[in-house]
Design a protein around this ligand. Sequence first.
Ligand code: THU
Length: 120
Amino acid sequence: MTLEELHAQAAAAAENAYAPYSRFFVGAAVLLRDGRVVTGVNVENASYPLGMCAERCALARAVAEGVRPGEVEALAVTASPCGGCRQWLLEFGIDRVAFMHEGELLERAPIELLPDSFSL
Ligand code: THU
């Protein structure tokens, strides 16, 4: 699957985002090494800081299916990943991250998105 195709799945998922406060709908799609795709959306809350980003939603859904770091080939998202999500992307050892930025689908490695990062 190409990153463009994975991004198309992220864009389709974004239609289900729950974003009544920002009205900024985000979708993410995770491609697992076994070929499965797991999607996620941003889920906001009246208590604003409790909102969940689309990337973390997709990764959490994958984890609930038994997925562990190293088993994720790629992640596509319809927005530029926030700082917190960049830390999550690193955690999962994802090879390739694709995201829409200023009208262009960029491809990055997680370490490029968060250099000199924290780890235990
Ligand atoms: N958002 C994401 O879902 N992913 C990101 O990486 C950036 C921000 C969401 C959070 C919030 O619901 C909305 O976009 C506006 O910030």
